[in-house]
Design a protein around this ligand. Structure first.
Ligand code: ATP
Ligand code: MG
Length: 369
C-alpha cells in the first residue's frame, strides 16, 4: 500500500460524504420528507451519498420473524420513496445494513467507547421504547446510537442529515469517533449533523411527532383520496366547536402543514385571518390544505409509478450498492483493526504458529531412529 493507495484514497474522497437512511418498517411519510429527505435531495449532487436501509436498527423495536420477512418489500418502498422524492439513483448508493456483517464487528469495537449512563440520557430512546409499548429498555435499543455510529463511520460519513429525534445519536457518533482517534490513532472524520427545515413534523392527530407507530401519518405514496380523507380527519383547535368561534392558528397542525406545504402565501394569510376572526369553517381550511398537499405529492407519485413499473430496478440498485459499500466497510474495518493493534496481535500468533507447524512437519517427515 504505497503511493498508489494514498492517491486512490484521495481520489475516492474527492467529494464529502453523506450517510443517512431509514429503517425498513414501512413507507416514508411527510415527517421523513421535511426531517431528512428534503436535505438529501438538495445535497445529493454535491456530496457522495450513502443511504442505509437500516434493518438491524429495525430489530430494536420490531424483531418478530414476520417483521423481518417484510424487510425486502419495505426496503424496495424506501428506495422508491427516496427516488420518487427526487434522488437520482445514479448519484446515490443505497445499501442493506444486514448484508454487511462487518458493521456488526465495528459496533462491537465501538461498544466500550461510550458509557451506559451517557446512552440512558438520550430522550429519543425512551420515546421509542414507550411508543412501541415496551416497559423495559432492550439492550439493543440502548445501543442504537452505537450501531448508528458504526453505520456513519463505516463509510467515513462527514455529514448526517436527520430529523431532530436522531440528532443526539450523531452527537454520540462524534464522541465515539473522537475517543477512537484519541486512543488508537486518527482513523475517522468527526461528522456534522444537519437537521431539516422542520426538525420534527407534528402528526395529523396533533401529536408531537408524525410516526408510523402512532398511526398519524400522511405517506408520500398515499393516493389523492387517502390524503383528502386524512386531512379531513385532522386535529385542529379543540376549543373551536363552531365555525363562527375565533380559533387558534399557532400550534394548530392544519396551519403548521399549510405553512410548510402550501406555496400560496396569500391564501394562507387569508385563511389565518378569517380563522382567527371566526369567519371560515374548518372544512374550507382543510380542503385547501388537501389540495396543496396533493399538488406537492403529484410529481412524487408520478416518479414513483415510473420506477415501480421497471421490474427489478430497485433490487438492482440495492444489490449493487450493497456490494460497493461492503468493500468500503472492509477497508475501514481493516484500518480500525490495524490502529487498535488486532492485526499485529494476530500476525504475531500466526507467525509463531506457522514456524512451529513447519518444524513439526519437517521432523515428522524425517525417518525415525
Ligand atoms: P416512524 O417514527 O414513522 O416509525 P422511524 O422512526 O422508523 O419512523 P426512522 O427510520 O427512525 O423512522 O427515521 C428516519 C429519519 O426520518 C430520521 O432522520 C428521523 O429523524 C426522520 N423523521 C422521522 N419522523 C420524523 C418527523 N415526524 N419529523 C421530522 N423528521 C422525522
Ligand atoms: Mg425513529
Amino acid at each position: 500500500m504505497g503511493e498508489e493507495f494514498l492517491y486512490f484514497c484521495r481520489m475516492e474522497h474527492a467529494k464529502k460524504r453523506i450517510l443517512t437512511g431509514d429503517r425498513p418498517t414501512g413507507k416514508l411519510h411527510l415527517g421523513h420528507y421535511v426531517g431528512t429527505l428534503q436535505n438529501r435531495v438538495k445535497l445529493h449532487r454535491t456530496y457522495e451519498c450513502f443511504f442505509i436501509i437500516a434493518d438491524l436498527h429495525m430489530l430494536t423495536t420490531k424483531n418478530g420473524k414476520e417483521d423481518i420477512q417484510k424487510t425486502a418489500e419495505n426496503a424496495r418502498h424506501l428506495v422508491l420513496d427516496n427516488i420518487a422524492a427526487g434522488i437520482d439513483p445514479d448519484l446515490a448508493t443505497f445499501y442493506l445494513q444486514s448484508a454487511i456483517p462487518e458493521v456488526a464487528e465495528m459496533n462491537t469495537l465501538f461498544q466500550n467507547l461510550v458509557t451506559v449512563p451517557r446512552l440512558e440520557r438520550i430522550p429519543s430512546l425512551k420515546d421509542m421504547a414507550r411508543d412501541t409499548g415496551k416497559s423495559e429498555m432492550p439492550y439493543g435499543l440502548l445501543g442504537y446510537p452505537v450501531l448508528q455510529s458504526a453505520d456513519i463511520l463505516c463509510v467515513k460519513g462527514e455529514l448526517v442529515p436527520v430529523g431532530k429525534d436522531n440528532a443526539a445519536h450523531v452527537e454520540i457518533t462524534r464522541e465515539i469517533a473522537r475517543r477512537f482517534n484519541h486512543l488508537y490513532g486518527e482513523v475517522f472524520p468527526i461528522p456534522e449533523v444537519l437537521v431539516g427545515d422542520v426538525p420534527t413534523l407534528v402528526g395529523t392527530d396533533g401529536g408531537a411527532k408524525m410516526s408510523k407507530s402512532l398511526d398519524n401519518t400522511i405517506y408520500l405514496s398515499d393516493d389523492p383520496k387517502m390524503v383528502d380523507k386524512k386531512v379531513m380527519g385532522m386535529f385542529t383547535d379543540p376549543n373551536r366547536i363552531r365555525a363562527d368561534i375565533p380559533g387558534r392558528v399557532e400550534g394548530n397542525p392544519v396551519f403548521i402543514y399549510h405553512d410548510i406545504f402550501n406555496p400560496d402565501q396569500k391564501e394562507i394569510t387569508d385563511l389565518k385571518t378569517r380563522y382567527q376572526k371566526g369567519t371560515v369553517g374548518d372544512v374550507e381550511v382543510k380542503e385547501k390544505l388537501a389540495k396543496a398537499l396533493n399538488a406537492f405529492l403529484d410529481p412524487i407519485r408520478e416518479r414513483r409509478a415510473h420506477y415501480e413499473n421497471q421490474k427489478g430496478f430497485v433490487d438492482e440498485v440495492i444489490y449493487t450498492g450493497t456490494r460497493k459499500v461492503r468493500q468500503e466497510v472492509q477497508k475501514t474495518l481493516y484500518e480500525m483493526r490495524k490502529a487498535m493493534g488486532f492485526v499485529t496481535a494476530w500476525r504475531s500468533i500466526e507467525r509463531k504458529a506457522s514456524e512451529r507447524m513447519k518444524t513439526q512437519s519437517s521432523s515428522e517427515s524425517e525417518p525415525a531412529g
